[in-house]
Ligand binder design. Structure first.
Ligand SMILES: *[C@@H]1O[C@H](CO)[C@@H](O)[C@H](O)[C@H]1NC(C)=O
Ligand SMILES: *[C@@H]1O[C@H](CO)[C@@H](O)[C@H](O)[C@H]1NC(C)=O
Ligand SMILES: *[C@@H]1O[C@H](CO)[C@@H](O)[C@H](O)[C@H]1NC(C)=O
Ligand SMILES: *[C@@H]1O[C@H](CO)[C@@H](O)[C@H](O)[C@H]1NC(C)=O
Ligand SMILES: *[C@@H]1O[C@H](CO)[C@@H](O)[C@H](O)[C@H]1NC(C)=O
Ligand SMILES: *[C@@H]1O[C@H](CO)[C@@H](O)[C@H](O)[C@H]1NC(C)=O
Ligand SMILES: *[C@@H]1O[C@H](CO)[C@@H](O)[C@H](O)[C@H]1NC(C)=O
Ligand SMILES: *[C@@H]1O[C@H](CO)[C@@H](O)[C@H](O)[C@H]1NC(C)=O
Ligand SMILES: *[C@@H]1O[C@H](CO)[C@@H](O)[C@H](O)[C@H]1NC(C)=O
Length: 458
């Protein structure tokens, strides 16, 4: 994720819209596919309000400022599921073009535009979305020069895993890829959770045991270092600095961390034919997911939502969290009785929150209130989309593998030649000019952080 910038100006400034326009909430019957797909069409229309990639001068595969590159990866992941669940091709060209445009020159989701700022978590979230394309048998790239989506995910996996660092904290990848970025000394959960989940999914999809072994190794490290605390309701914390060997843990809990770990465990459980070892761990992390992030059965972002302090990134976390709960209910069917009632209650509540704005169906952040709460944005739309489409997962085939429906062409060695792969061993080919550029960028970001209000002038 990018460096967190608190905008400081809550979107309640347009709260008057709520009274100025008649309230028309989304009409949702959670037992009807047509109703869900009609509601998600409207919500995706709202998502596309933040997208200029289909217009002249817009960037394909990016949402407009202030949304960071990673969030586009997250949002397209939810839209790709909608394409599959609702069997509606309206946005398939946008998804196809976006995933190719942002793949980067070496098809490993390190596009040149992001090269000075990209972190392992950013690359990882895009990797999860492209893995969704593999497992949903999304249209393969027609361009003969482009590799298959599977090879691209393997490129993400290989480049990320080459950054595994045994020299601090007993393992793990760092938050940042590049030494000059602030956060280079932080090893965060989400980067490692993305790598863990990619390994588990590649293992399940390809049947290659090497990926399963890597997934187990990453998960064990997350537990050893204390980022995941296994118990009846497992905690998943944010991360720690390498300076004290990752002992001073930032104990903030975010739904996306919990969700990405949960989803990885569900894939691993499924890939090992329901091993009891993984079942126990999955149940523990599910305990935490369903306890900490739901209030009166309705999903919420516990660390920031009630204090109205969620930033742009955090306002989208319920989106990927919803996807992971939905996938878990399919890949580990014994969890469905626990997950489904929570998702249905949350979907109904989210739909009621989608009653804002001049269109009458803009979605809010807080789903507890029974109406729109005045917040709006890409994250709010994406979160409502994914929670509302959750009950369609069991009406469509489970994520495919290479032998039951997937058709993407892979390359186990993708990304391994990359000059920038082995950052820890200083094989980087970065010019002096690039470094100066990054330093200026860092200075600008610090200036923004210091004088929060300056941000408003940009
Ligand atoms: C497919 O999606 C588009 C855009 O969201 C929507 O206008 C259309 O009604 C949908 N088609 C069906 C059959 O639901
Ligand atoms: C890179 O950034 C430039 C300038 O903003 C933009 O025109 C271009 O479309 C971007 N390319 C990608 C792949 O995002
Ligand atoms: C650093 O942390 C790792 C993981 O918790 C542990 O295995 C290792 O022994 C620690 N090293 C030192 C020097 O304390
Ligand atoms: C899972 O079951 C399949 C089919 O029965 C078998 O081929 C595979 O080896 C099993 N995998 C594990 C990890 O037990
Ligand atoms: C793995 O997922 C498939 C697809 O949903 C499911 O049918 C199967 O029962 C799962 N395996 C286990 C061990 O739960
Ligand atoms: C939402 O509900 C909470 C708790 O009941 C309340 O404090 C808050 O004012 C409500 N917010 C809105 C915008 O309705
Ligand atoms: C996956 O896509 C390929 C290529 O388009 C197609 O031949 C195959 O039938 C698809 N598989 C499923 C399960 O739809
Ligand atoms: C399995 O994956 C590993 C790790 O990427 C790779 O080195 C190996 O070649 C793969 N094996 C096969 C049979 O594809
Ligand atoms: C990687 O390097 C090997 C040998 O050095 C070469 O044969 C192969 O084509 C390269 N692959 C890519 C994707 O550049």
């Amino acid at each position: 994720m990018g460096i967190e910038i608190a905008l400081g100006w809550p979107s309640q400034v347009i709260f008057w819209l709520l009274v100025a326009f008649p309230v028309r909430a989304l009409d949702l019957d959670t037992s009807s596919k047509d109703s869900i797909c009609a509601a998600t069409s409207l919500i995706q229309g709202g998502i596309m309000d933040y997208y200029a990639g289909s217009q002249y001068g817009g960037t394909v595969g990016m949402f407009q400022a202030p949304y960071y590159w990673w969030e586009a990866g997250e949002v397209f992941g939810g839209m790709l599921e909608n394409w599959y669940l609702c069997q509606n091709d309206s946005y398939s060209q946008v998804l196809y073009d976006s995933m190719l445009a942002q793949a980067g020159p070496e098809y490993d989701y390190m596009p040149s535009n992001q090269s000075m700022v990209e972190g392992n978590d950013d690359q990882g979230v895009w990797g999860l979305t492209v893995m969704g394309a593999v497992e949903r048998n999304f249209t393969n790239p027609h361009d003969k020069n482009a590799p298959g989506w599977l090879a691209m995910v393997q490129g993400v996996f290989n480049t990320m895993y080459s950054r595994w660092d045994d020299q601090h904290c007993g393992g793990g990848v760092r938050w940042q890829i590049f030494t000059w970025n602030s956060g280079y000394n932080y090893k965060n959960t989400v980067s490692n959770a993305c790598l863990f989940q990619l390994a588990a999914r590649l293992g399940r999809y390809t049947g290659n045991e090497t990926y399963i072994a890597v997934a187990e190794k990453i998960f064990d490290w997350l537990v050893d270092v204390g980022y995941v605390v296994l118990q009846e309701n497992a905690n998943v914390y944010d991360g720690a600095n390498i300076d004290d060997n990752c002992t001073d843990i930032t104990k903030l809990e975010w739904s996306y961390n919990q969700g990405i770990v949960l989803g990885g465990l569900a894939y691993l459980y499924n890939a090992t034919n329901g091993s009891s070892t993984w079942e126990t761990k999955l149940s523990q992390v599910l305990g935490g997911s369903t306890t900490f992030f739901f209030k009166d059965k309705i999903m919420y972002e516990v660390t920031c939502q009630d204090s109205n302090s969620c930033n742009n990134d955090q306002r989208s976390f319920k989106s990927i969290f919803s996807r992971m709960l939905s996938l878990t209910s399919i890949l580990a069917p014994y969890t469905a009785d626990t997950i489904n009632p929570l998702m249905e209650a949350s979907a109904a509540a989210a739909a009621k929150s989608c009653s804002g704005g001049s269109d009458g169906h803009t979605c809010g952040l807080n789903w507890q209130n029974g109406s729109w709460d005045g917040w709006y944005g890409l994250g709010e739309q994406a979160s409502a989309l994914e929670v509302i489409q959750s009950s369609l997962y069991n009406q469509r085939p489970a994520p495919f593998t290479s032998d039951n429906g997937g058709s993407s062409v892979g390359d186990a060695n993708a990304g391994l030649n990359k000059s920038t792969t082995n950052v820890l061993h200083s094989n980087l080919k970065i010019t002096h000019k690039d470094k100066v550029g990054a330093a200026i960028l860092t200075a600008v970001v610090i200036a923004i952080l210091v004088g929060g209000s300056i941000w408003m002038m940009f």
